[in-house]
Design a protein around this ligand. Structure first.
Ligand code: NAP
Length: 305
């Protein structure tokens, strides 16, 4: 069978580091073009300045992978769908739940498929935690997501803008794991969002959810990053560490698998393309939307990134 021809739109950090190598390693997929404002592409792959310029070329495309910032992504996706391409969206899938729901409707009506990806969910340790928790009574969960923004997002001004999510850009990864491993849905009770006076989106957040669930996100972590979720049940304490790649139970390491998140994402995308099914998961974005809607805003000193 012929490989599915993929175009990456927005060839920045994650496209270079994860999407490009993962597509190259997935039999049945082939990267045939990029759409890049700066003309960025891997060696030998043609780059186009716009979706329409790519569509006007003689390169056939089956699917577009959107790695641009979330603001404006749904408009970009609609343009791609107009050209008959299936869509994979980097996380977060859009700037609001309604925005992505509407996009899903439009994509379905056009007969294309939509895949909203949450890379942190694609870990064996996360699946292992979900299986253990399915049959247990959960007492509490804490999501601790702290990193140095200067180390992980150098030169990315968009993250500080209103549609850029701020510290929720990494924090939503923790939420995507939490929504996958918790047997039932939960919601935000209250939140405190700390915003540096020279930015529009939060640099830190404290969130209290229903069911004894809490989260702490901070982009000012001076030492090594902490991407950890601790779940206490009536039987045991589970810790998902290192962004969901390690599962510890009562202090013992149970699962540690090297990160293959994007390989799993592309294996699934290929299946979705072949079976003509969409996969749209909005639960993590719903929680962020609730925190932004009801969160108390606290201004803090200016922060230079
Ligand atoms: P990035 O390095 O800033 O890349 C985004 C790219 O999108 C830019 O390089 C640019 O590429 C294009 N672009 C189009 N419109 C833009 C605009 N208005 N402002 C800035 N760039 C624009 O960002 P990234 O880290 O790759 O993140 C992209 C998405 O992936 C985000 O949603 C992020 O949450 C997600 N993600 C990032 C990571 C990570 O570790 N960085 C991990 C997982 C997921 P061209 O010049 O080629 O057009």
């Amino acid at each position: 069978m012929q490989s599915k021809k993929i175009a990456i739109v927005g060839f920045g950090k994650i496209a270079k580091e994860q999407h490009f190598p993962s597509i190259a390693e997935t039999a049945g997929l082939e990267l045939v073009a990029t759409v890049s404002r700066r003309g960025e592409a891997p060696a030998g792959v043609p780059s186009f300045p716009s979706i329409n310029a790519l569509a006007a070329s003689d390169i056939a495309i089956d699917a577009a992978v959107l790695c641009t910032p979330p603001e404006g992504r749904s408009e970009t996706a609609r343009l791609c769908v107009d050209h008959g391409w299936d869509i994979l969206l980097e996380k977060p899938p859009g700037i609001s739940v309604q925005d992505v729901r509407q996009l899903h409707d439009d994509v379905s009506k056009a007969g294309r498929i939509l895949f909203t990806t949450w890379h942190s969910q694609y870990n064996a340790a996360v699946d292992g935690a979900a299986q253990r928790l399915a049959s247990q009574d959960i007492v509490s969960m804490h999501i601790d997501w702290r990193e140095d923004v200067r180390k992980w997002h150098p030169g990315q001004d968009w993250i500080w803008e209103a549609g850029g999510f701020g510290v929720f850009d990494p924090g939503i990864n923790g939420l995507s794991i939490a929504t996958k491993i918790m047997p039932s849905p939960f919601s935000v009770k209250h939140a405190k969002l700390t915003i540096a006076s020279n930015h529009r989106s939060p640099i830190a957040a404290e969130i209290q959810f229903t069911d004894q669930i809490s989260a702490h996100f901070d982009w000012r972590e001076p030492s090594d990053e902490c991407w950890k979720i601790t779940v206490r049940t009536t039987l045991e304490t589970l810790v998902l560490d290192k962004g969901g790649s390690e599962l510890w139970v009562d202090g013992q390491l149970k699962i540690a698998a090297p990160s293959q998140e994007y390989r799993h994402i592309y294996a699934r995308f290929l299946k979705l393309i072949q079976t003509r099914e969409s996969h749209v998961d909005l639960a993590p974005l719903e929680l962020v939307e609730q925190a932004f809607r009801i969160g108390e805003i606290c201004q803090t000193e200016p922060f230079q990134s």
